[in-house]
Design a binder for this molecule. Sequence first.
Ligand SMILES: Nc1nc2c(c(=O)[nH]1)N[C@H]1C(S)=C(S)[C@@H](COP(=O)(O)OP(=O)(O)OC[C@H]3O[C@@H](n4cnc5c(=O)[nH]c(N)nc54)[C@H](O)[C@@H]3O)O[C@H]1N2
Ligand SMILES: Nc1nc2c(c(=O)[nH]1)N[C@H]1C(S)=C(S)[C@@H](COP(=O)(O)OP(=O)(O)OC[C@H]3O[C@@H](n4cnc5c(=O)[nH]c(N)nc54)[C@H](O)[C@@H]3O)O[C@H]1N2
Ligand code: SF4
Ligand SMILES: [Mo]
Length: 739
Amino acid sequence: MINLKRIKIPDIKKIREWKGALTAELVQFPGKFGLGRLPKRLEPDATTTAVCGFCSTGCGLDIHLKNGEAINLSGKTDYPVNLGMACPKGWEALSPLDAPDRALTPLYRSTREGDPKPISWESAINLFCEKFKRVMDTHGSGSVAFLSSGQIATEEMAFLGALAKFGMGWIHGDSNTRQCMATAATAYKQSFGFDAPPYTYQDFEESDVIILIGSNICIAHPIMWQRVLRNKNKPEIIVIDPRKTETAVAATRHYALSPKSDLTLLYGIAHILIQEDWVKHTYIEAHTEGFEDFKEHTAHFTPQMVSETSGLSVKELYEFAYTIAHGKRVSFWWTMGVNQGHESTRTAQAIINLALMTANVGRPGTGANSITGQCNAMGSRLFSNTSSLFGGRDFTKASDRLCVADILAIPLDKIPVNNSLAYDQIIDGIDEGKIKGLWIIGTNTAHSWINQERFRRIAQKLEFLVVQDMYSTTDTAQIADLVLPAAGWGEKNGTMINSERRIGLIKKVRKAPGEALSDFNIFKLIANAWGCGAEFDRWNSPEEVFQIIKDISKDQPCDLTGIRDYQMIDHAHGIQWPFREGDILTSDQRRLFSDGLFFTPTNRAKFIFEMPNAPSEQINHHYPFILLTGRGSSSQWHTLTRSGKSDVLNALSPDCLCVEINQEDAALSNIYTGDSVTVESSRKKIICVARVTPNIKPGQLFMPMHFVEVNKLTQDSFDPYSRQPSYKYSAVKISKTKS
Ligand SMILES: Nc1nc2c(c(=O)[nH]1)N[C@H]1C(S)=C(S)[C@@H](COP(=O)(O)OP(=O)(O)OC[C@H]3O[C@@H](n4cnc5c(=O)[nH]c(N)nc54)[C@H](O)[C@@H]3O)O[C@H]1N2
Ligand SMILES: Nc1nc2c(c(=O)[nH]1)N[C@H]1C(S)=C(S)[C@@H](COP(=O)(O)OP(=O)(O)OC[C@H]3O[C@@H](n4cnc5c(=O)[nH]c(N)nc54)[C@H](O)[C@@H]3O)O[C@H]1N2
Ligand code: SF4
Ligand SMILES: [Mo]
């Protein structure tokens, strides 16, 4: 039950101003908040560096050590990403390591009704092998699957992908990057020929027009926003978001479009650009294909029609198109408002199309730029061996399989010839009785997956569920048969790849508590116990695996062969891919496509488009509101397993689930800020607290994803190409809770 007495909620605008100011102050004067200041008795005796393990910005941190253990940290001033800044999560990165609910030993529950009991690592690994092998013997190698994470090191995800698929003979394995970046990856692959975000953060400072689509960068990527603030060109900053977010408030222009009307809107803008002849013909002719067909397609999207669908006036549409056409350096940035939708791949490609037709690609301050989410989502996209074969290759292509078999010196027939099922298909597979065993690593499915009621019902059908996590209390760990205790960021070595393709280092600066082991070491134990240890005799440490990853990347667009070793990454302050053998690092800000050559067979970028569709769930008189979900504050990270363990971060964020509702809607139902309200979809009814605000339009509600109740409401629909869930559109109703 929610304790209403604990909630002191002034009006939402004040909260936003207060939180915004506090975050800004934290970034600039952390000492004032006790951050980065050390008690006298704890003077550090050494300092090392690491990149932050929360978001994909990939800030560089100085980690201050005493007797080899981290005691504090600060933003690294000469790191080209953050230039000394860090957001509250970065400042507080060490606190979650000390939480009392860390998983300290393996835990096993012999019956679903029983309590989990501590067991030894030996027993745990034996159980792991015995149970999964039994499932495979009975139901075949397609009856087991793993789900991993964009929050573990690249070396760990590469080891897992090789171990499961080439060692243990599993076919299926996906990652939480499916929830997050699958759309951007698919869109880039189809349009540019490779999953290649083209930009470097310097572009935030060099644009004269910055367009943020479905991206609340002020709270989701606060240090990227700081880079925007350093832009000396007085840029026009346009935010396209149904809500008046923190970012929309800070922008020069906000277009509050109707939810999920982006595709129509973007085609409408392309239509105006074409009609007014505001396109760059020379670039289109030299570097793209499919423009003539695209031109024909956009003819349907007249300003009147687009205005009706998107809710923007015809004048606004022309203003928007004019600004793009007359900007010298226009950059387009998108995040989850685009990636999480029922037609998200085509929407991302509609953004790419605008950048291509106006020649805003490959020059400073330009680009069709997807902002990544998790610290190592980019590593996962290229090297986890899940949705694509190592190095951005294709499981279904014989030549790609041959190449990887050759590099890894493994028999060709060890490499699956089919793609894995995607995350949602794995869940469906469990429901259909095809998948019986699941291994979840570094993701909290029982909170973050869409339509939770269904997932939890289905999860009961598993014969064996293993969860490998830092904490034994996560929602997913609590339903596991076996919990494997993992070391977290700060307790292990490896590399991560940020949004601008920069490889950075994470380091072991703390001992993991109890018997927790790094994911890397857990994989090594499993390889040996499973009986495929000999195949992995080169995979002994993260740095050795980094050398293997380099081999895997050779001659691919993400070539890393020029990076000698970890030390080189440290000295260079991170290195962006590609960096080929023999390359000399002349700049720490490198973007792609300055030569206009793309990774497609013709070296041309493709215009890809399709007619828009309506979301599969529509509002109706039973469920008249559209529920939007997303990030709540810069201090909350996902399912709160980590950020929720820091007193500082907790003090900076709301302590209960609030739903934002427009004042007109609130007045109709006699709802006031602080009232207990019931929000219901056709799947579930939940109780939360109302926040009345003009920042959301009538007919829409917003909830932060950080509370487990939210995904009980969401409807499980997916983009057909990326299979990314559409978290941001569900039909619900709201009423004052009856006492
Ligand atoms: N503090 C904090 N930072 C984070 C994270 C975190 O949990 N906490 N998570 C990280 C991760 S993994 C990710 S993926 C990123 C996510 O970063 P963002 O994508 O910026 O965050 P969200 O709030 O999920 O979604 C962005 C916006 O999309 C809008 N939106 C909803 N529907 C639509 C629509 O139909 N069209 C458009 N144009 N916009 C729409 C929402 O109103 C929301 O403001 O953040 C990363 N950074
Ligand atoms: N409604 C709604 N739902 C959403 C979203 C939304 O916008 N709306 N956004 C989606 C997006 S973009 C994302 S990325 C997902 C995120 O969803 P999750 O991946 O489920 O979120 P986290 O809380 O980051 O979960 C990571 C888990 O890994 C553990 N962990 C951390 N580090 C390590 C490590 O080094 N090793 C191991 N073994 N474990 C570790 C943490 O304790 C935690 O339990 O949520 C998605 N869900
Ligand atoms: S912006 Fe992201 S990478 Fe930088 S300190 Fe904050 S959470 Fe860490
Ligand atoms: Mo994400």
